[in-house]
Ligand binder design. Structure first.
Ligand SMILES: *Cc1c(COP(=O)(O)O)cnc(C)c1O
Ligand code: SF4
Length: 353
């Protein structure tokens, strides 16, 4: 239900209230912006951008535009070009560097794309590409070159995917992925979930999503009702990389999910300049625990072209995790893993002490 704001209200107070009252659908559709607009919201001049990080003021990434919802931008520090939230969405000229070993489809997902909208690579779990859309465009994302256009199945094409699930009785867990599955409408999610629920060997529904973090308003009553109707176990894996992302509004979204029996976990990507220190990771885990979420995976960067400037070496990552392990209780230590193209699970990477 989209509540449109009236453009005729002009006083400052009214405008602020209307911004807060914007529906998540409206916030989602307003989240693509130009570099100039993003910098302006943060009181950063183009000169500061160009000078401090060798930025190209004309950068205009058309294939993967700048995208971040207003509630996420509101958590960035004003005037700080190195803000860890900003750096996740800020395109740099370095994205055009060609780095050996960095490719468009590092995980060879095209090979496991058995039917449109489905990736069945791990024995008991299948990923469903519910939508190609995301609320936020993370510059390090391994799906930044994914041929999403071929993975927007119509309802008729979903029939093939559902047939595949029906025939593969070893699949006991369906993972909604994307894109971001919660960028889909409640209508679409409701339709799909009823179809999947009818397949008796699917016991668990898991949703991999950044929306509870970047646009917590997405966890609305209708979505909670859809999840409540799911007959089996429910897991939501959020994706947060930095403590500053997790404000009170994120806690409210998590509380709503937990109140209906959802297990809520977090995954993080280890990113140079954003969270590549033991302190940053300890703070993130502690804050996650404060809001009722347990850390799950800490991913090494996937070697996707355009993202090499975020990479941390294995040795550095192992050393950081050694320190994290010594500073936190075991249940707050995420598992450091790498996704490898031909493996049938994530590959654990052991910390060094
Ligand atoms: C990560 C991933 C999963 C889920 O793996 P878990 O270890 O169960 O979290 C499933 N399929 C693919 C292709 C994946 O990359
Ligand atoms: S798929 Fe996830 S990591 Fe990639 S851009 Fe979307 S929200 Fe970010």
């Amino acid at each position: 239900m989209i509540t449109r704001t009236s453009p005729s209200c002009q006083t400052e107070n009214t405008v602020i209230r209307l911004t807060e009252a914007k529906s998540w659908q409206q916030l989602l559709s307003d989240s693509t912006l130009t570099l100039a607009e993003l910098l302006q919201k943060l009181d950063i001049t183009t000169d500061d951008f160009t000078a401090s990080i060798d930025g190209d003021p004309d950068i205009n990434p058309q294939d993967f535009p700048i995208r971040a919802p207003a509630p996420f931008i509101d958590r960035m520090g004003k005037g700080d070009i190195n803000d860890p939230l900003l750096r996740q969405v800020l395109p740099l000229a370095k994205e055009h560097d060609i780095t050996p070993g960095y490719t468009a489809d590092p995980l060879h997902e095209a090979d496991f794309n058995n039917t449109p909208g489905l990736i069945h690579k791990y024995h008991s779990r299948a990923l469903l590409i519910v939508t190609k859309a995301c609320a936020i465009h993370c510059r390090y994302c391994f799906r930044r070159h994914f041929p999403y256009e071929d993975n927007q199945p119509s309802r008729a094409m979903w029939t093939k995917t559902l047939d595949y699930l029906q025939q593969h009785t070893e699949i006991n867990e369906v993972i909604y992925s994307g894109g971001d599955p919660l960028a889909s409408s409640n209508g679409q999610l409701s339709w799909l979930s009823q179809k999947v629920a009818a397949i008796k060997h699917i016991k668990t529904l898991r949703i991999h999503t950044r929306l509870p973090v970047v646009l917590p308003q997405r966890i609305d009553t209708e979505l909670l009702e859809i999840l409540q109707q799911w007959p089996g176990k429910k897991v939501v894996v959020i994706h947060s990389n930095h403590v500053n992302e997790l404000d009170a509004s994120v806690k409210i979204a998590v509380d709503k999910l937990k109140a209906i029996g959802v297990t809520v976990l977090n995954q993080t990507v280890l990113l140079k300049g954003i969270n590549d220190s033991a302190t940053a990771l300890v703070q993130l885990s502690e804050r996650l625990f404060d809001i009722g979420v347990l850390p799950y995976y800490l991913h090494l960067l996937d070697t996707v072209s355009g993202a090499a400037h975020f990479a941390i070496s294995d040795n550095e990552a192992k050393a950081i995790m050694g320190e994290v392990t010594s500073r936190l209780p075991g249940y707050l230590v995420p598992r450091l893993v790498r996704e490898e193209a031909d493996k049938t699970s994530k590959t654990p990477i052991l910390p060094t002490f």
